[in-house]
Structure formats: structure tokens, C-alpha cells
Write a protein that binds this ligand. Structure first.
Ligand SMILES: Nc1ncnc2c1ncn2[C@@H]1O[C@H](COP(=O)(O)OP(=O)(O)O)[C@@H](O)[C@H]1O
Ligand SMILES: [Mg+2]
Length: 224
């Protein structure tokens, strides 16, 4: 089983969007997916409730209430987390993950907040002595803005408290496609193929990174 934790102490940056799109993607590829919602607002489970029964199945777990015990035959465990998560609660979730994805909005305030959060996360990883890969995904990028064109440059100016560079993986544009797909309990990989093509292309790096993440030191694999 591979496990992906979606984290950021800020609300509204795209945690549930990343979690549900990954769940839909892996399910559409025939994988056994558990979507564990650690947020009592249960947006991931609401998304799942909107999903029609003839779609590839995803098992939802109300982890904030029932804890996190995925069935043994799970291929991908995807953990959606609440905002303002810190301390012991953060450590408990990081222990369950082999990859951590951090969505962030590409504004100076949010990038700075993410830098602090990444510092906190690296202290947690050290404390629990666990090899966990961490990457950030800029979300809700507006097209044709200077910020979008220069984001990678901009982020390279930030370093983490431990001196390491900002772990930037990919950028996703702002588009109603996410909203429209979510209304139906779908990922963009299962919705309006022509419309979502530019969005699916933006996910290639994320999917490639995830397919590598369970096998440290091994040659990169193609995305599933
Ligand atoms: N790339 C995007 N483009 C357009 N809307 C988005 C995008 N990502 C997220 N949203 C919308 O922004 C809102 C907050 O996203 P959400 O994933 O619920 O954040 P979080 O779980 O971190 O609170 C939701 O209404 C969601 O549909
Ligand atoms: Mg959420």
C-alpha cells in the first residue's frame, strides 16, 4: 500500500481538491483506493457521496471519527486533512504517509506561511525519524499573470529553515473544471476530456512523482 497525505495548515488552498482528484485518478486506473477524511467538515466524503454508483469505486473512511484503518488490500491510501493541524496530531498523520503533498496558493503571504509550515513539518519528520517525501503544488494559478510565469523563480528565492530549497513540484491553474467535476463526485480525469486536457497535463509531474515515491532509490517509473 502507498499512502499520500495532503497537508497545509491553511484552509481553502486545495487539500480536498488534490485528495479527491487523486482518488478519482487511481480509481479510474482500476486501483483499490481508500479516501480517508480527517476533517470533521468531511468535504472529501461529501464529494464521494455525490459520486454515482456506476463509477470506479472508492472507499471512504470518516477518519476524524473512526480512526484510520484501511483494508489490507488497499493500493492507495489518500488522506485529506483539516486546516490548522499541528503538533501531535500532525505527527500522527505524517507517521501514516510515505508522500506528503502540500497545496498552496501562489501569493506572497501564502508562500511565506507555507515556508513556516514546511519548517514545522521537517521538525516533525526528524522527531519521528521517518523518511517521508514532501512536495508543494501551487494551486489556483491565474493564467497570463507575471506571477504564473515567474513562479518557479519566485519560489527559488525562498529557502526552508534548514537551508534546503523550497520543494516545488507543479502548478495547477484556476479553473471551473475542478468545481464542475467535484459537483458530480468526479475527478478531472473522469470529466469532460477535451475541456480538462490542459489540467490533466499539469498533473503529469505530480503523478510521476507519486509513482516514484514508494520505491526510494529505484529508477523513475511512468505514471500509473
Ligand atoms: N485549481 C482550482 N481552480 C478553481 N477552483 C479551485 C481550484 N482548487 C480548489 N478550488 C476551489 O476552491 C475551494 C477550496 O478548495 P478545497 O480543495 O476545498 O480547499 P481545502 O480543502 O484546502 O480547504 C473549493 O471550492 C474548490 O472547489
Ligand atoms: Mg478540505
Amino acid at each position: 500500500m502507498r499512502s499520500i497525505l495532503i497537508l497545509n495548515s491553511k484552509g481553502g488552498c486545495g487539500k480536498t481538491t488534490l485528495a479527491t482528484n487523486l482518488a478519482g485518478y487511481f480509481a479510474s486506473k482500476g486501483r483499490r483506493v481508500v479516501l480517508a477524511d480527517c476533517d470533521p467538515q468531511q468535504s472529501s466524503l461529501d464529494w464521494l457521496a455525490a459520486r454515482s454508483g456506476d463509477r470506479p469505486p472508492i472507499t471512504g473512511v470518516a477518519a476524524w471519527r473512526d480512526g484510520l484503518k484501511p483494508p489490507r488490500d488497499t493500493d492507495w491510501l489518500i488522506i485529506d486533512s483539516p486546516a490548522a493541524i499541528r503538533g501531535a496530531e500532525l505527527a500522527d498523520l505524517v507517521k501514516r504517509a510515505d508522500s506528503v503533498l502540500i497545496p498552496l496558493l501562489p501569493s506572497p503571504i501564502d508562500v511565506r506561511a507555507a515556508t513556516h509550515f514546511l519548517g514545522e513539518l521537517s521538525a516533525v519528520r526528524k522527531a519521528i525519524d521517518k523518511g517521508v517525501r514532501v512536495a508543494t503544488v501551487a494551486n489556483r494559478m491565474r493564467e497570463h499573470t507575471v506571477a504564473a510565469a515567474g513562479l518557479e523563480d519566485y519560489l527559488s528565492r525562498f529557502s526552508l529553515p534548514n537551508g534546503k530549497p523550497f520543494p516545488f513540484l507543479a502548478a495547477l491553474r484556476a479553473t471551473q473544471n475542478y468545481v464542475l467535476a467535484a459537483e458530480r463526485g468526479l475527478s478531472i480525469f473522469e470529466f469532460a476530456p477535451a475541456r480538462t486536457l490542459p489540467d490533466r497535463e499539469q498533473w503529469v509531474r505530480i503523478l510521476r512523482w507519486l509513482s516514484r515515491s514508494g520505491a526510494p532509490g529505484k529508477a523513475p517509473q511512468r505514471p500509473e
